[in-house]
Design a protein around this ligand. Structure first.
Ligand code: GTP
Ligand code: MN
Ligand code: MN
Length: 372
């Protein structure tokens, strides 16, 4: 719905799913600043301002050069006036007063800590804030009111704040595959999310599970998680069963999903020449030989696998833009189960992500080009 000349529209397509967005780009400082304002807007419940700043940040991620002067900002498309002011201020003064104010505000700081807890969304955090809760220690007073998920999130807060490295993600993959394969040897397991887009670290590890024979998937997730639990690998888990009334919704997905916290054993240390040296044990508590890691496991029937793969690879903004493009431009409803043509009233099956892009009339983007 943005007004721009034909020529300008050709230069930067308006939907993020029409552009290649690499993981690494040339305007990190400005993108970080805009994303702080986006986050702050979402903490204040302003979806429109969140989207405005997020879209502006996303456009900058595609710029093939580093912005140098405020002059260059004038012609930037799909970047609102407020975002342009922020960009100009950073280019001129290195900092933006509004961003500094947000970073120092009590609401932003508390919301960042509270929403950083697994199981705590913006609404819950904001309600707590209005009840006077500012920090993790304040939560002790309402411990009885916390959900099981939130209690686990609080208990493992420090570990879960540490980024998951690619090496750790690969060790989680081995654990997950081992558990699933002990029941179904030829089960297909794919790492999705940020790691599939090429990120070197993430806030969790996401997996998609499928098999050509749907029968093989029945009860598999529960059995595999119980197996891992019996080996002491699971600190917390919650399984959401498959739901069947998602068909035409572009916001709801109904795959069987396990949201878990794993106890990931430390990597075996490399043998070093002084491996036998006795270390003085200053702290009496035994050293912990595991790290808590957030893991999402999703099961998709084979016929929906490509849609689930596309839907769980992200980024979050890329997915939102892809669904918005489908609905607004193509009059089709896209979710992690399929693509529904609202006017022709038909579904489009797909056996690869390439086919889904083709159904939508979009240029194919590899996972590493979806870092919108
Ligand atoms: P980090 O984990 O922070 O490294 O980034 P990420 O891109 O992997 O984010 P995240 O794990 O939150 O989500 C991965 C992708 O899965 C995102 O693009 C989301 O669109 C999608 N996703 C996350 N949660 C859900 C959910 O509950 N349902 C569905 N259908 N998709 C989800
Ligand atoms: Mn992830
Ligand atoms: Mn996830």
């Amino acid at each position: 719905s943005s007004v721009s000349s034909d020529k300008a529209t050709q230069e930067t397509p308006s939907y993020a799913c029409q552009r290649r967005t690499p993981l690494h780009h040339h305007n990190k400082e400005i993108v970080d600043a805009l994303q702080i304002l986006a986050l702050s807007a979402s903490f204040q419940g302003s979806e429109a301002r969140y989207l405005g700043f997020t879209r502006a940040a996303s456009v900058l991620k595609c710029l093939p050069f580093t912005l140098q002067s405020a002059e260059e900002v004038k012609d930037l498309q799909f970047c609102g006036g407020h975002s342009k002011t922020v960009i100009q201020e950073i280019l001129e003064d290195r900092v933006c007063r509004e961003v500094e104010m947000v970073k120092n505000s009590e609401h932003y700081q508390s919301m960042k800590v509270l929403t950083g807890i697994f199981g705590v969304g913006i609404r819950t955090a904001d309600k707590w804030y209005r009840d006077g809760i500012r920090s993790l220690s304040d939560l002790n007073e309402i411990e009885g009111k916390l959900t099981g998920e939130q209690k686990a999130g609080l208990l493992h807060y420090t570990d879960l704040q540490q980024p998951v490295t690619r090496d750790e993600a690969e060790r989680v993959e081995q654990l997950v595959k081992g558990a699933l394969q002990s029941f179904v040897p030829d089960v297909q397991v794919t790492m999705t999310g940020g790691f599939r887009r090429g990120k070197q670290e993430g806030h969790d590890v996401d997996f998609l599970i499928t098999h050509p024979n749907e029968e093989a998937l029945n009860g598999l997730l529960r059995k595999a998680v119980a197996w891992l639990d019996s080996k002491g690998s699971i600190l917390y888990h919650h399984i959401k069963g498959r739901s069947h009334n998602f068909a035409r919704s572009s916001t709801m997905d109904g795959h069987e999903t396990c949201y878990a916290i794993f106890a990931l054993p430390n990597a075996c240390p490399e043998k070093s020449p002084d491996a036998g040296t006795i270390q003085p044990d200053l702290d009496k508590s035994p050293p912990r030989n595991w790290k808590a890691v957030r893991v999402d496991l999703v099961v998709a029937p084979y016929s929906e696998y490509s849609y689930a793969l596309l839907g769980w690879t992200g980024s979050k903004h890329f997915e939102r833009e892809l669904r918005r493009f489908s609905l607004q431009v193509k009059k089709m409803s896209l979710n992690s189960h399929g693509l529904f043509d609202i006017e022709k009233k038909c579904h489009y099956p797909a056996t690869s992500e390439e086919e889904i892009f083709a159904h939508l009339g979009l240029l194919y983007l590899t996972p590493s080009e979806r870092n919108a």
